[in-house]
Design a protein around this ligand. Structure first.
Ligand code: NAI
Ligand code: MN
Length: 338
């Protein structure tokens, strides 16, 4: 089989590997579609502190189970599945309180262990979620990015009366917009970015209005309109954003962050406590595949609106470059494995 391997930072090869055999509790997935994510690019460049090399990247993938380990129910053979990349121990404190996404010995498929940019991938059977026939193969590869939105919104508990502000209209911002509008029916979703084409995508994904904060001050615009957001998501993840979000937020607002920058940001207790703001962080997803599969099957979210490219997996190097360099035409890129 062929696998996309980052041998060391900066070195991507398509390698011929032996077909892997599933361990007792694993299934083998014949991969069909896999999505490119910013974190794949980070591992490629050596910017992910958790990655070990050589590594088969890819954590957003769909395929068909073609072999099973000795402990796995043979009814799973032939199932169409999407794979939850979060592998957890089930024993530690976070696992015991339903937060396997921050398991004390967390293993992320495609980061800590080999992933889905490969003709075949062996994964724990319980990480493979059966996909209903009404969801297409391509769309099934988009479930994982929507689980990120499902996780952060579960923390934020949106309501119809919220006025939401989303920073960043990349894949993460767009999945959050769709979730807020399609699932939670939030009245007003405002999106801020600095790339015109991304703002256009935000509108296509359901934003009520958008704002380019490279051109003018968001604070001034909100003040003129008399708006104080009650729910804010930072899906741009620049360290300067949190303090602005705190300043713009309505009293009693909730703010969600999802960034991994190690740079400090300056905020005061007063700015948070005086408005009794709630701050939530969100990492990966805690068993949210069933929820997102349900949303997709019921048409509450539409992954097609994010997919701008679908290419043969052998073109992965060009696809990664396009994904990284062309934010204007490129959002979600799917790799197709024959
Ligand atoms: P992306 O880079 O495609 O999108 C970010 C967007 O934010 C871009 O369109 C950019 O123009 C915009 N932006 C940057 N600075 C801005 C600013 N100051 N104001 C307004 N807009 C600004 O990235 P993607 O894939 O959408 O991911 C977003 C972030 O989420 C990344 O930092 C990533 O590390 C993080 N992430 C976190 C996850 C988690 O589980 N916590 C999972 C996946 C991604
Ligand atoms: Mn991802």
């Amino acid at each position: 089989m062929k696998s996309v391997v980052i041998e060391q930072p900066g070195k991507l090869v398509i390698q011929q590997r032996e077909l892997p055999q599933p361990a007792a509790d694993e299934v083998r997935v014949k991969v069909k579609f896999a999505g490119i994510c910013g974190s794949d690019v980070h591992i490629f460049h050596g910017h992910n502190p958790f990655a070990k090399y050589p590594r088969v990247i890819g954590h957003e993938f769909f395929g068909v189970i073609d072999a099973i380990g000795s402990d796995v129910d043979d009814r799973q053979l032939g199932e169409r599945v999407s794979v939850d990349p979060v592998v957890s121990c089930g024993q530690c404190y976070p696992c015991s309180v339903g937060r396997p996404n921050v398991c004390a010995s967390l293993q992320v498929i495609g980061v800590h262990r080999d992933g889905g940019f490969s003709d075949y991938a062996c994964v724990p059977a319980r990480n493979a979620y059966r996909i209903p026939d009404t969801i297409s193969d391509r769309h099934a590869a988009m479930i994982e990015p929507f689980t990120i939105a499902a996780n952060i919104t579960a923390h934020l508990q949106p309501t119809e009366q919220d006025v939401a502000l989303i920073y960043g209209a990349g894949p993460m911002g767009l999945t959050v917009i769709q979730t807020l509008k399609g699932v939670y029916r939030v009245r007003q979703v405002i999106v801020v970015d600095r790339v015109t084409e991304r703002l256009a995508m935000a509108l296509e994904n359901g934003a009520d209005w958008v704002f380019d904060n490279a051109q003018a001050s968001l604070a001034d615009e909100l003040e003129q309109r008399g708006i104080r957001p009650t729910l804010i998501v930072d899906a741009a993840c620049h360290p300067a954003i949190l303090s602005e979000a705190i300043a713009l937020a309505s009293p009693a607002a909730r703010i969600g962050i999802m960034g991994f920058s190690a740079d400090p940001c300056t905020i005061t207790q007063q700015s948070i406590t005086s408005k009794e703001l709630s701050l939530f962080s969100s990492r990966l997803n805690s068993a949210r595949f069933p929820q997102v599969i349900d949303w997709m099957a019921n048409g509450l979210i539409d992954p097609q609106r994010l997919i701008t490219h679908c290419v043969d997996a052998l073109e992965v190097a060009d696809a990664l470059r396009l994904f990284e360099e062309d934010r204007r035409t490129c959002c979600k890129v799917l790799l197709h494995f024959d």
